[in-house]
Design a protein around this ligand. Sequence first.
Ligand code: URA
Length: 211
Amino acid sequence: MTAPEVHHLNHPLIQHKLTLMREKDRSTSSFRRLMHEVSMLMAYEVTRGMPTHLVEIETPLEKTMAPMIDGKKIALVAILRAGVGFLDGMLEVVPSARVGHIGLYRDPKTLVAVEYYFKMPQEMHDRDAIVLDPMLATGNSAVAAVERLKETRPKSIRFVCLLAAPEGLRNFHAHHPDVPVYTAAVDRELNDHGYIVPGLGDAGDRIFGTK
Ligand code: URA
């Protein structure tokens, strides 16, 4: 069996913007704008290996065959709520992509992920799914979301996060060794409250200004 894939997106622009996002005094509007910019850059990296097909076009000089990516065949799947922060930037780069949402919460007694919302585009068997969640912390909600998504039998699945904890990566790939993870950084560890450290805090709160 081949080792699970972890793609560290170490492009200097992504790293620079991530550093700015980590700063605790950064305003909500600035954090949101950086999230938008970093999402565009990450979309560029995540779609790198996607298949293209040749279409006939006419340049001012002649007819030619030229490659196109079939954007409608891409499904961006946001895990609520912080995953929504990835959408605008990614849709700017892949405007025809379809969008799905998965809502999960953790039952405080059993700690099991419970689904409260699940809406995918039709014909997922024909689509390449890109699952979005900025923080791969324990990995439990990512594991549950991908498990549920697999029931729709997408052509392929990729998982994208800004930050991953080593524990979360191990948990995720123990359950889904077939799903490559794209992350801007793998941080040191999870703290006792389940936060990634050094991290950037609560991604949802920072994107939506709820704290
Ligand atoms: N979710 C967040 O938003 N931040 C973390 O550090 C961990 C989980």
